[in-house]
Design a protein. Structure first.
Length: 430
């Protein structure tokens, strides 16, 4: 009876052991499936985040280029308008001054001709009297007609007196001419000063507007630089190789308390020049960054990193193992075996070209894919393949279905990764 009891106990223990083992396997399979689902979800979120980030960078870059082009066009238009206005004002000022000077000259000429005519008449009368006489008598008659006096003057004395009077008249004429010249110059300088003040006021207004636009563009460039730094930080965390940034010394700001020979317009032009240089540098940096992101996306696309099934677990690891077909020997396992349900889809672990697809000895129904960077992946013991040699497959594309063909003890996928001709452990890349 004790023997029967022991046998029943052994049977119960064996049954309990089998049940626990089955439960453990089910729990392990569910856990592996949840982990794979979480991994796929995180990967999809990361890809979506990178795509949105790239889209924002591109939009901000295009907006910055449009704004800079608009500012440059506005600056050119303002400069052209200012030049045209200055030219018109200068022409009008020149014409007004010319007309005013001509008017003054005409009046002076008319006055001069009138004086010359009178002087000529007096001169001829005096000359005639002068030639006929050697002495001249001058009468001095008071207003009341009393105490009349007279004096006799020699011709020689009159010559001296007339010479003095003529010299005095010449002096007065020269003085009037000089004063008229100074009056014309003074009027012209007043008009030029008024025009200069008007032009200066307009230029200062234009300079203020350009400074505001320059400040706005500098803020946008600063925001673009911060966004670029954030993108670089995220890429650096993901292990991507980053291109170097441009040399900021080409457009770095400089200044001091004294203008020297420069003027405020030169400052604005220099700021616009530096903004253009910085925008060009940012364009090159963003283009290089975009190229680096594209290269990193390509590297991820062609590097085996995706789990080749939608679930399952590793039933046989990479490297040495016991012979799965019985016996006491050991063999070298060049890949991993992923146990999962019969007929489950098999996905390409990376993008590439199918090198081989079909029956391949002990591998049964087999597929081999060539990737870039020296990688190859192999998939064995499938029930069937849905790809053909020479076909390009994307990462995650279905290439076959799990089976148990070839040397196999049950449904599973044999998965290999070859790097530059040598098998490597696929688990290190997943």
């Amino acid at each position: 009876m004790s023997q029967d009891f022991l046998e029943r106990c052994n049977e119960k223990m064996q049954s309990l052991y089998d049940c626990c083992g089955k439960k453990v396997n089910e729990l392990y399979a569910k856990l592996a499936e949840e982990v794979q689902s979480l991994y796929n979800h995180c990967k999809a979120q990361a890809s979506e985040l990178v795509a949105k980030l790239l889209e924002k960078v591109q939009l901000l870059y295009n907006d910055c280029l449009e704004k800079i082009a608009a500012v440059i066009a506005q600056v050119k238009a303002v400069i052209a308008v200012a030049a045209a206005v200055a030219k018109i004002q200068l022409t009008m000022l020149e014409r007004h001054v010319r007309l005013h000077v001509m008017s003054i000259v005409n009046k002076l000429q008319a006055k001069r001709q009138e004086i010359v005519g009178r002087m000529k008449a007096r001169y001829h009368a005096l000359l005639s009297t002068w030639r006929r006489n050697q002495h001249f008598t001058f009468w001095f008659i008071p207003a009341d007609g009393q105490n009349i006096a007279k004096t006799h003057v020699k011709k020689t004395h009159l010559k001296y007196a007339m010479t003095a009077v003529a010299s005095f008249l010449v002096f007065v004429s020269c003085t009037i001419g000089v004063l008229a010249h100074f009056a014309v110059q003074n009027e012209q300088q007043k008009q030029e000063l008024a025009a200069y003040k008007q032009t200066k006021s307009e230029q200062e207004q234009t300079i203020r507007q350009l400074r505001l636009m320059a400040e706005t563009n500098q803020k946008k460039l600063a925001a673009l630089s911060k966004l670029e730094d954030q993108v670089r930080s995220q890429m650096e965390k993901s292990g991507a190789q980053l291109p170097p940034k441009s040399n900021a010394s080409d457009y770095a700001g400089q200044g001091g308390p004294v203008l020297g020979s420069a003027n405020p317009a030169n400052i604005v032009l220099e700021q616009e020049k530096n903004i253009g240089l910085e925008a060009d540098a940012k364009k090159v940096d963003l283009e290089n960054l975009l190229s680096a992101i594209e290269a990193e996306n390509y590297r991820r696309e062609v590097t085996p990193s995706q789990w080749p099934t939608s679930g399952g677990y590793i039933s046989s690891s990479f490297g040495g193992r016991a012979n799965p077909f019985g016996g006491y020997g050991r063999d070298w396992h060049p890949g991993i075996d992923i146990a999962t349900d019969y007929g489950e889809p098999v996905y390409a672990s990376a993008a590439g070209y199918v090198q081989q697809a079909g029956w391949y000895g002990g591998y049964g129904i087999y597929a081999r894919i060539n990737h870039d960077y020296g990688y190859q992946t192999a998939y064995g013991h499938m029930s069937r393949v849905v790809c053909s040699a020479g076909q390009y497959v994307k990462k995650g594309e279905i290439i076959g279905y799990v089976g148990s063909t070839g040397y196999s003890t049950g449904p599973h996928l044999h998965f290999e990764v070859i790097h530059y001709g040598e098998q490597v452990d696929p688990s290190s890349l997943m």
